[in-house]
Design a protein around this ligand. Sequence first.
Ligand SMILES: [Ca+2]
Ligand SMILES: [Ca+2]
Length: 228
Amino acid sequence: MIRQYHSTCFRFLCALITAIFLTPSRCWGDESAMFANLAPLAQLSSHPGPHEDTLPMAVDGNAATSLLFVAGSDGEGSLTLQFPGPRPVSRIRLLQGHSAYYSTAYQIVADKDGDGEFETTLVRAEKAVEWGQWTEHRFAPVQVTSVQLQSIQGVSQGKRAHPAIYEIEVYGDMTTEDYAAMMQKGVKPTHLPVLKPLFLDTEIVTGGKAKCASWHPMMGHTGNWERR
Ligand SMILES: [Ca+2]
Ligand SMILES: [Ca+2]
């Protein structure tokens, strides 16, 4: 009887620990910034235009899908990412993955004040760039409204401009509204800065706005979660 009681208590304790510590929840205050890939939030445009519906494939988180420029185009292509408002960014990652359409030199410029002029150079990559590998650029934070990837030189072995952009990631601080928009879009988070245990009295909504996002290990994880 005593042994059975102890066994029951042990199982209850294990369940309690599991509920508290294996159900991490992410909560934030009004001022806390979250460093994450903002590209999925951006409005995209390209020059020349995209081939069919490939434009969002530059930011869909899938390294196997790519923005291709429209057939019949040639030369240097560009891709613009316009954010919902000014955002401080400090890291950009680029994946080129096509052996026939890639840039050997490019620059990434920014429009800080939203006037449509890209007056600020964030990155200038002059050396040959390996296609099929991620390239990462880090720099001091710059407040931007838009960034634009501009090919300077590259290879087009077919009938369209280059490069084929498999993924571009622009990292910076996002707002809680950005985070909510990410969740509504079903975008996999790239950042998990603070884990807190989730309790029954944890506030998950304040003033009609989500305050927490919870993640359960049973959902699995293969993404690029990181702490700043
Ligand atoms: Ca993609
Ligand atoms: Ca400007």
